[in-house]
Design a protein. Sequence first.
Lengths: 383, 137
Amino acid sequence: MSRNPIEDKTAVVGIGWTEITRRSGVSVLSLAAEACLAAIGDAGLTPKDVDGLVEYQANDSVGALELADVLGVPAVNWYTDIRGGGDHAVSSVALAAMAVSSGACDTCVVYRALNGRSGHRFGAAKPSTMGGRDQWVLPYGYMVPPQWFAMWARTHMARYGTTHEQLGAIAVNQRRNATMNPRAVFQKPISMEDYLSSRWINEPFHIYDCTVEVDAACAVVVTSAERAQALRHKPVYIKGFAMGSFGRPSWEQWADMTEMYSKHVGEMLWRRTGLTAKDIDVAEVYDCFTYSMMCQLEDYGFCAKGEGGPFVASGAIALEGEIPVNTHGGLLSEGYIHGLNHSCEAVSQLRGDAGQRQVRGAQTALVTSGAGILGGGIVYHTK
Amino acid sequence: MPKPVPAPSELTKPFWDAVDSRRLVIQRCQGCRRYHHPPVELCAKCLSSDLAFEPVSGRGSIYSFTITHDARQPAFAEIQPYTVAVVELEEQPGLYMLSNIPGVPTGDVKSGMPVEVTFEEVVPGRFIPQFQPSRRR
Ligand SMILES: [Zn+2]
């Protein structure tokens, strides 16, 4: 049994970005405002039409009410500030869809803004009290996500024989996609040789297995399906979403590190939407690291568990493959706007606006966010 | 540059006190006999709060590992590359502890490798458990 009362009740009607750089030279507030105004303008609306805002951050961004004031939103009927990680790239859009479909607000802007390179860097360890979780990990020099995900990736390599070349196929393919994306922070192609000879960060991860921290913001505008029909773009409907986890919420105590949150969330998402991986035309899958993406492909059912390596190396994930993945270059090559850029790209693809990297005839897209112990997935489609 | 030293809480103090006297103890539910690490306030299996620290063998195997080449903290930057491993203790499937594998060249570490506990003095009188290849055959 599963219910999906929000199905097609809301749509994404606008998307916007700032430039993606390594040093913005401006405040996060300025980035947030620019991306939101771009998204609102893309929808053919003005800030006077907005009455809801959602944002997520890791104490590195600007709150919804502060931004609303700067944008000139006359009154806020509903807002949420989320403190958390990449798992909220999907749940923030889902919250907007719930707020609009429930009547809490009519038109909701979702944004993520950060000076992720020139300001606080995700790859940097935080000051510690050496209590809590820190006491079990910091004495061992285990501090940052690239270590946690490398640890998980190794279990997959040990059990299923996944190779460096297979992880490399993801990095090379996504960089190829980024060469067709004028926004991407990295647009120069890389070869498998470049990948294999690049420096280690945390084995089994080379530098090209890791996302690139950037300064940027992006935003999406969600409104009701009825209203969406009167706006300038083809509406991109929100079909359904799922988020959650299972088991022990610990990076070190997760029982089977060859599977992620997505083993549970994937099943729930397909049950709720009545779809399967076979119905998806394009997938933007959260890729803080190559392995995060590969493991989720298995968990969401694009291939069987353990076959992610051969699957990604077969060309299946290429633009012309059976399931194009991370068509914008992903977090690995477009840049780490903490995953909300995946939804922007999915909307571009479903509108047919993706230029050189357009997946022909794409009507249904999966976007996932988060990886490891927690995350979510959302399905967008056009009619 | 010394490594960071754990700051025990009331809950975790018995573990670290034992480690400082070179003994490995793991918290165990006295109701259902399940081991818990890191220590918990309530048994997630049976909800008992009757929990006590018991000595364990210190033997296990490497569940997974990563080799760090890019540490930014001076204490670790000066010893890299170094191994961080998840060790599965033999007392219970899925009973994991984080560790380094000092004394084994990073290229020789393998998943599944049998290991046993040893203790590293990080500052005078303060130890952390570490694992080394098992000497038993
Ligand atoms: Zn118990």
